[in-house]
Ligand binder design. Structure first.
Ligand code: BGC
Length: 719
């Protein structure tokens, strides 16, 4: 296949057929999140699009991988590549052609309801993980769709809020991850719901066409987010290529199966009332787009082309982009089917990867020596949800696995001492944007009387160690109200810790949480949303079968300590969120203001200890050092390199240090190794509105350390 094929098809397509390739339609099989019917007479196949970043979402089970934040905590992009390959294979196994992921918005707001779908507050970490996942997905012949382009950093008012952000900040923080994803070969990009500097992203010509397509050379498809197409002429002219879902909300829910129905609605009897307004009872004005805009590209785009309001060349470009991707992915000549990669869902390999990522992403925040647990310790397993795996947050990333391991199951399978279980707190329910469409059927009450704190305290009193599993609640389309744990989980922890001074807290959250009990417990673990292997992964780390490999890709601090505590910045006033903290997001802010985070960016203990020595620059973008495991267990270290650049004379906004690169390695006790850390060019530079990326001449200091606040060696690099 060559571009000749695409040219030939373009010349044979009628105007109506071209328009049919610019928007979604009802999926004939009811499996996909999005569907573009092919053109049978020209052998253009139908295309199926499926969410999402944590696993493949259809009606059938798929591997429920850990949250993206857990993946990023591994600081190992190779793992991202493996995960991408697994996601691609699972998509193929479910007959899907396009994966709606990865999600890679920067974690600007610690409360953001979708942080668990994203990687980091840092653009270099974000870019390396996004690129890894994209590369892996694309290697299977499935199209990856980095999303949501761009500055969709909060769910509150996501469909209307305007991110007021200056060019330099966009270029240095919010755009680089997308650039890296595009450079890694992404075949599609999803535009976001929000506005940027007043203009809806679906019709943001400068960002969609001038930056993404012209400047970065992206030749793939820009698709809208679902019901996120603001106009016809405006979006088509600005560079939007594909309107999704292309149908109304009612049609979409009907095709995917409304509650209690088969996918084709077959079991609804004639004469039944149509499904109720799915948005009723939900404040969609705040978190949801307008569901009536689904079908704007149907007749209206054809009319606009015929009236000359959208040039036919633009329509051709839209279609060419889609066909080029189908061609590249072997969908036009069927060569994808004969490629090396075969589809496969829920394989032993994918189950192992789900567990492996959860282990490698687990961050040991504090440990007074209680961990790892002795094999024969008597253990009390406490917490509202210890009998279920925490799969993820609510919304389009939800995945239903074929199998899962709860914390109780994981610990019971591993422990050699006695295990007692006491939940100690009513279940903390999952919340989901889908509840707005399919209200809870009220199964509360089936659980019997609320568990009591006293039972948890009694269990802790009899045990050598108390493991308290706590969680937050997060969903797409809403932000977390607080960084505190919901309900009375803090009180539960305090009560257990008062009884047993070997209390370990494992928090399963979408992002940073507040830990007012930090000084009163013996260890704190951030387990994020670990997915289907929750219990097995937790047991592996708690018992020391695996070293906690994770480091924080986001800063942990009390809510009021983040720059977004100012309501002008978040959630914004009068429809505008002012990004006037500029570059000082995450650790850049804490470093610049000398504020003490609870747990700094990059932090995380190993069960081993490490010494760094003999650092040197081997060229002007690579440093090398020796790392030695000075502990008595095998452990994994993540070396981080932060760059402090000579500030330009008038550059008062520059953060003190910016992560330039990182590298991880596992070492046996006493073993040492040389390791190279490659530095991202952007960490040396700054974006100048007139000059573009500029590196200031002079000495750049590269600090090597275990976290943004534990820097051990400096290496100068002259530029
Ligand atoms: C989300 C996207 C998702 C799409 C399709 C939207 O609500 O923002 O991330 O891919 O729905 O489910």
């Amino acid at each position: 296949m060559t571009t000749d094929t695409v040219d030939r098809l373009l010349s044979e397509l009628t105007l109506a057929e071209k328009v049919r390739l610019t928007h979604g339609a009802t999926d004939t099989e009811g499996t996909a999140t999005g569907f573009v019917p092919g053109i049978e007479r020209l052998d253009i196949p139908p295309v199926r699009f499926s969410d999402g970043p944590l696993g493949v979402r259809t009606d059938d089970p798929a591997t429920a991988f850990p949250a993206a934040t857990a993946l990023a905590s591994s600081f190992d992009p190779e793992l991202a590549r493996e995960l991408g390959r697994a996601l691609g294979r699972e998509a193929l196994g479910r007959d899907q052609d396009v994966l709606l992921g990865p999600g890679l918005n920067l974690v600007r707001v610690p409360h953001c309801g979708r942080n668990f779908e994203y990687y980091s507050e840092d653009p270099v970490v974000t870019g390396r993980f996004a690129a890894g996942v994209v590369d892996g997905v694309e290697s299977t012949g499935v199209v990856a769709t980095p999303k949501h382009f761009v500055a969709n950093n909060q769910e509150t008012a996501r469909a209307s809020v305007s991110a007021e952000v200056d060019e330099r900040v966009l270029r240095e923080l919010y755009l680089p991850g997308f650039r890296d994803a595009v450079d890694a070969g992404a075949g599609a990009v999803m535009s976001s719901y929000n506005r940027v500097n007043g203009t809806y992203m679906s019709q943001h010509e400068r960002l969609l066409t001038e930056v993404l397509k012209d400047e970065w050379g992206f030749d793939g498809v820009v698709m809208s987010d679902w019901f996120g197409t603001e106009s016809v002429v405006g979006t088509a002219s600005a560079g939007l290529d594909l309107q999704m879902p292309g149908i109304s909300a009612e049609e979409l829910f009907e095709s995917m199966g409304a509650p209690g129905e088969e996918a084709d609605g077959a079991d609804r009897e004639d004469g039944d009332a149509p499904p109720e307004d799915p948005t009723e009872g939900f404040d969609y004005a705040d978190g949801m787009p307008d569901p009536t805009t689904g079908g704007l590209y149907r007749e209206e785009l054809a009319d606009a082309v015929e009236a000359g309001e959208v040039p036919e060349s633009r329509l051709d470009d839209m279609v060419r982009r889609l066909l080029t991707q189908l061609d590249r992915h072997g969908l036009l000549d069927g060569s994808r089917e004969s490629a090396d990669t075969e589809g496969a869902v829920d394989t032993p390999e994918h189950r192992g990867l789900a567990e492996g990522v959860a282990v490698r992403g687990t961050v040991l925040l504090d440990n007074d020596g209680v961990l790892p647990l002795a094999d024969d310790a008597d253990v009390a397993v406490v917490g509202p949800n210890v009998d279920e795996a925490i799969l993820g947050g609510g919304g389009s990333s939800e995945v239903t696995p074929a199998t899962e391991t709860s914390p109780v199951e994981g610990i019971e399978a591993r422990a050699e001492g006695a295990v007692s279980v006491a939940r100690g707190h009513p279940r903390v329910e999952d919340i989901s944007l889908f509840d707005a469409f399919e209200p809870d059927d009220g199964d509360e009450g089936e659980e019997g009387p609320d568990p009591s704190v006293d039972d948890a305290v009694a269990a802790a009193a009899d045990a050598d160690v108390a493991l308290v599993f706590v969680r937050d609640q997060a969903t797409e389309a809403a932000d977390r109200e607080s960084l505190a744990l919901p309900g009375e989980q803090d009180e539960l922890i305090e009560a257990v810790a008062a009884e047993n001074d070997r209390t370990v807290v494992v928090a399963n959250t979408s992002g940073p949480f507040e830990a007012p009990w930090r000084e009163d417990v013996a260890a704190v673990v951030a387990g994020w949303y670990p997915g289907q292997a929750h219990g097995a992964a937790a047991a592996a780390v708690l018992y020391g079968d695996s070293d906690p490999g994770g480091r924080l890709p986001v800063t942990f601090a009390p809510a009021e300590a983040y720059p977004t505590a100012d309501e002008r910045r978040y959630p914004g006033v009068d429809g505008e969120a002012h990004y006037d903290e500029g570059l000082l997001v995450g650790y850049r802010h804490f470093d610049a203001t000398d504020a003490e985070p609870t747990y700094p960016f990059g932090h995380g203990h190993s069960y081993a200890t490490f010494e760094y020595r003999d650092a040197e620059a081997i060229d002007d973008a690579t440093v090398e050092l020796t790392v030695e495991n000075t502990g008595d267990r095998r452990g994994r270290e993540v070396v981080q390199a932060y760059v402090d650049s000579p500030a330009a004379p008038d550059d008062l906004d520059r953060p003190p240090r910016e992560l330039g690169g990182f590298a991880s390695l596992a070492l046996d006790p006493g073993e040492s190794s040389r390791i190279a850390v490659a530095l991202d060019e952007r960490a040396f530079g700054r974006y100048d509105a007139d000059e573009g990326w500029t590196v200031d001449a002079g000495e750049h200091t590269v600090s090597l350390g275990r976290s943004s606040r534990d820097l051990r060696l400096d290496v100068p690099i002259e530029r």
